[in-house]
Design a protein around this ligand. Structure first.
Ligand code: ZN
Ligand code: ZN
Length: 135
């Protein structure tokens, strides 16, 4: 009986972050399975809006210097311009281990996911401006 009441008022959701299935009451309109996942979604939103992007790159440069090599093992070495890149699945936080150094070519491939393809032309312009400006 209890089981039936529970399922009748609930709906099966798929978490927008980890794609796990979970159940909850329809009225809650949940998008994420846990507070961890919803925090991550907020961080992603901030990232996509561009908030914090340039400040974190300034921080990386100030603290660790300019990126000077490519850490992608498949690198083909066609360019010697290097950039800091956020590691996939990590939050945009001030932590060295969340970032790797990539050459421009690998960085572009690395960041090229379906969701940001539409945004790349705009961010590309911004990145070029930012990385061509030598201090
Ligand atoms: Zn989740
Ligand atoms: Zn590379």
């Amino acid at each position: 009986m209890n089981e039936q009441n529970y399922t009748s008022g609930t709906k099966s959701y798929i978490c927008g972050i980890c794609k796990k299935k979970f159940r909850d009451y329809v009225s809650k309109k949940r998008q994420f399975c846990s507070s961890k996942c919803s925090n991550e979604a907020h961080a992603n939103n901030r990232k996509l809006r561009g908030g914090g992007y340039s400040s974190i790159h300034k921080w990386l440069k100030r603290r660790y210097g300019k990126a000077f090599r490519c850490e992608d093992p498949r690198c083909n070495g066609i360019t010697n311009l290097y950039e800091w890149a956020l590691i996939k699945g990590k939050n945009y936080r001030h932590k060295r281990e969340n970032f790797i150094m990539l050459c421009k070519s690998c960085h572009r491939k690395y960041d090229m996911t379906e969701e940001i393809k539409g945004k790349i032309s705009r961010t590309k312009i911004r990145n070029n401006l930012q990385f061509n400006t030598n201090p």
